[in-house]
Design a binder for this molecule. Structure first.
Ligand SMILES: [Zn+2]
Ligand SMILES: [Zn+2]
Length: 341
């Protein structure tokens, strides 16, 4: 089978490897689609380092090829599945308190990490989430990032009909938008790039604003009878995006720093603003199994259409080109389609 191996930052080699054999408690999956997410982009560009060589890819979907003899779940070959490829140990402190997204042992066994950029992969049954045939492999590969958005919105304790502000309309901002709409929120998206604003409007944002010309706090008060936004997700690492968003919050609002920052960033805020207004500022990292399960159901029920977020499809032979497209800043998701020549 083919596997795309990251041997050094910027270098992917397409290797021929033996197709793995599932052990008796494992399942072999033929991978069909895998997104090039920020994690893969950071590994490729060298801004993040993990022990190399490794096969990247954690936003994967495919179909069941073979099932180990001792797998208890009733699975059938050919079943279409979304894959959770960030393994959790289930044994550490965080796994035991229900926060497996913060598992201490996630990155320990590099051999079992990621791996969606190979034609076949062996997984444990709990990493498999069945999807109906009505969900394409492409759409199923969005289960993982969508799960991260669901986790983020739950952390914000959003309630139906509240006003949510999303800062940044990249892939993750827009996936937050789709998830938030399905939860009955009214959503304002703040984004300086006109093409991305247009996409946010097309995907159903209630309001779309350009923060370079519109005062976010003033706009928020205008649409909420002077109250302000109830919650906010920051998906853009632009330092200038943060302060106006925080100042646009209502009292008792919640703010999630969803984005990661490459440099040290401090909260640009007088702490009395937090104190007097009972603001909650949090972050989120990844997702737990329940979030993944719910993301798969949202896709399966046809409640969310992620297709507009696919910017390009690439193949093993053009994977480096696909990475460059993903890194160009103009693209939403670029997918490796394993069957493309
Ligand atoms: Zn991802
Ligand atoms: Zn753990």
């Amino acid at each position: 089978m083919k596997a795309a191996v990251l041997t050094a930052p910027g270098t992917l080699s397409i290797e021929e490897r033996p197709t793995p054999e599932p052990k008796e408690n494992e399942v072999l999956v033929k991978v069909e689609a895998c997104g090039i997410c920020t994690l893969e982009q950071r590994l490729f560009s060298g801004r993040m380092s993990l022990p190399l060589p490794l096969v990247p890819g954690h936003e994967a979907s495919g179909r069941i090829e073979a099932i180990g003899a001792k797998v208890v779940e009733e699975l059938v070959p050919g079943q279409r599945v979304a894959l959770d490829l960030v393994e959790r140990c289930g044994e550490c402190y965080y796994c035991r308190i229900g926060k497996s997204n913060l598992c201490l042992n996630r990155h320990k066994d590099a051999a079992r990490m990621l791996g969606g950029f190979s034609e076949y992969i062996v997984v444990r049954p709990n990493q498999i989430f069945s999807v109906p045939d009505s969900v394409s492999y492409e759409a199923a590969s969005f289960a993982e990032p969508l799960a991260c958005c669901i986790h983020s919105l739950k952390r914000l304790k959003v309630a139906m009909t509240e006003d949510l502000l999303i800062v940044g309309a990249g892939t993750m901002g827009l996936l937050h938008l789709l998830a938030a709409r399905s939860m009955g929120l009214r959503v304002t998206v703040s984004e300086p790039n006109p093409a991305r604003r247009q996409m946010a409007a097309a995907l159903g944002a209630d309001f779309v604003i350009d923060p370079t010309v519109t005062d976010i706090a003033g706009f928020g008060r205008e649409i909420t009878d002077g109250i302000g936004f109830s919650s906010c997700v920051v998906t853009s690492p632009a330092p200038s995006a943060l302060e106006p968003a925080i100042l646009a919050m209502a009292k008792a609002a919640r703010i999630n720093i969803y984005t990661a920052y490459e440099d040290v960033m401090h909260i640009p805020l007088d702490l009395n603003t937090i104190h007097r207004n009972e603001l909650l500022i949090t972050g989120t990292e990844g997702r737990v199994q329940e979030d993944f399960f719910q993301a798969v159901r949202l896709l399966s029920f046809g409640k969310i259409d992620v297709n507009p977020l696919i910017s390009a499809r690439t193949s093993f032979s053009r994977l480096e080109e696909g990475f460059r497209t993903a890194l160009s800043g103009d693209a939403y998701r670029v997918l490796l389609m394993h069957s493309l020549p």
